[in-house]
Write a protein that binds this ligand. Structure first.
Ligand SMILES: [Zn+2]
Length: 429
């Protein structure tokens, strides 16, 4: 859901627990709805295996690539932040947002004016963002050899994603503006109301959204499956909750994650991971994911998100009104309850989210470390096998094992891979 960027920020905040805290490794992003159908998946898988076979262990050339990709990602965090703010500024300072509101207000059914505004805003925002989005998500990924799709395959999935984000994002936005116009403590009411909505999303997404892009099937390697099922049942997880996904349809990156609630919980392993990792390495990754599952990290992640949403909105409410008063001539709206203020609200949330990132990142890193401990305790793999799993994640995904401490503190949802390697080696040398 990377395309949501600033528009769907509320939603992204909500989805953070799924997107990042629960994934097996960091690197920089977790791709929830990236991808796929099944045609020729097998061919791609075998290709990937051959390619990856030559990628590990790392060569000098690949090490250079790793450094340049990591350094690019670090710069891009800031670039994309400012691009998002710039786009919101265009909406506000050109009066475009107010014009959209006026156009939407002309439709015969007044009740739907807000919905029309939101759809127009979403489409225009997508168009403005399109160049930077294509650059980051298609061109750069292709340049570094991660992309397994043609441009049009990629674009088709991206547009489906846009449609889904319209469906899922518009309801909370509409709800938010209803509350702003009706009550003083709208920020609190919204945060409380967001909780069941988020829970619903976490339940529905693995069931109905992710399968639109990828095939989720029981593990195909039956020997591996039986070993993982034994492991799963030893910690009280039903084996039927373990899936492999044909992520190789879209990307060569490797990953694994846990998602779902109320019986829709599932542990998902990327086929790229299964094809490139040994049984012991996969077992450790599974042990880590089971840790998230057993320790209810999804609930903690959701609760943290709600807290951060409440805090962000409260802070916004304290400060945004004076900005509106100051610029009302340019913006052509004079109160927050005017839907035309949406770009300003999103810009605010984006800034607060950037500033509060160390809080969510730190909590996430703590849970990740707990899961690493769990993985080492519940599996019998050696520290070396677990460390090799992390090393492969770093090399295959080109993620920096040893980032600058400030970058790690601010942005990393997972501890630096070098630390994780040192930790698992220290548990069982
Ligand atoms: Zn994890």
């Amino acid at each position: 859901m990377r395309y949501l960027s600033i528009f769907g920020l509320t939603l992204v905040i909500l989805m953070l627990p799924m997107l990042s805290t629960v994934a097996a490794q960091d690197s920089t992003e977790i791709q929830l709805t990236d991808s796929a159908n099944s045609v020729a998946a097998n061919e791609i898988i075998s290709d990937t295996t051959q390619v990856t076979g030559s990628l590990y262990p790392i060569s000098d050339e690949r090490r250079q690539k790793l450094f340049s990709y990591s350094s690019f990602n670090n710069k891009w965090r800031f670039a994309s932040f400012f691009i998002g703010l710039g786009i919101m500024a265009i909406f506000l300072f050109t009066g475009l947002s107010a014009k959209l509101r006026d156009w939407a207000g002309k439709i015969p059914l007044r009740f739907f004016a807000v919905w029309v505004f939101l759809i127009l805003f979403l489409i225009l925002n997508y168009i403005f963002e399109f160049p930077s989005h294509v650059y980051r998500s298609f061109i750069v990924e292709s340049d570094y050899g991660f992309m397994n799709q043609t441009f049009f395959e990629w674009l088709k999935e991206d547009l489906i994603g846009l449609g889904l984000s319209a469906l899922m994002g518009i309801i909370p936005m509409w709800f938010l503006y209803r509350l702003i116009s009706k009550m003083k403590r709208w920020w609190l009411a919204f945060s409380i109301g967001a909780f069941p909505f988020l829970v619903l999303m976490v339940v529905l997404i693995p069931m109905y959204v992710s399968p639109l892009f990828n095939d989720f099937v029981p593990l195909e390697d039956k020997q591996l499956e039986s070993e993982l099922l034994t492991l799963a049942s030893s910690v009280g997880i039903e084996g039927s909750d373990v899936f492999q996904v044909n992520s190789s349809k879209q990307t060569t990156k490797v990953n694994a994650y846990v998602t779902g609630l109320f019986g829709t919980e599932r542990i998902v392993l990327y086929d790229n991971l299964i094809n490139n990792f040994t049984y012991d390495e996969i077992k450790f990754v599974m042990g880590h994911e089971m840790g998230h599952y057993v320790m209810d990290h999804i609930w903690y992640g959701l609760s943290l998100s709600i807290f951060l949403i409440a805090f962000s909105l409260w802070l916004t409410d304290r400060t945004i009104h004076s900005v509106i008063r100051r610029f009302k001539g340019r913006f052509k709206f004079d109160k927050l309850s005017d839907i035309a203020s949406l770009p300003l609200l999103l810009a605010y949330l984006s800034i607060v989210s950037m500033l509060s990132s160390p809080i969510s990142s730190s909590v996430s890193r703590y849970m990740e470390h707990q899961s690493d401990i769990f993985g080492m305790e519940k599996t019998e793999v050696t520290g070396e096998a677990a460390a090799t799993a992390f090393d492969k994640l770093s090399v295959l995904n080109l993620s920096d094992p040893d980032p600058h401490p400030l970058i790690e503190f601010w942005f990393y949802s997972h501890p630096a891979l070098k630390k994780r390697m040192e930790f698992v080696r220290s548990v069982r040398p």
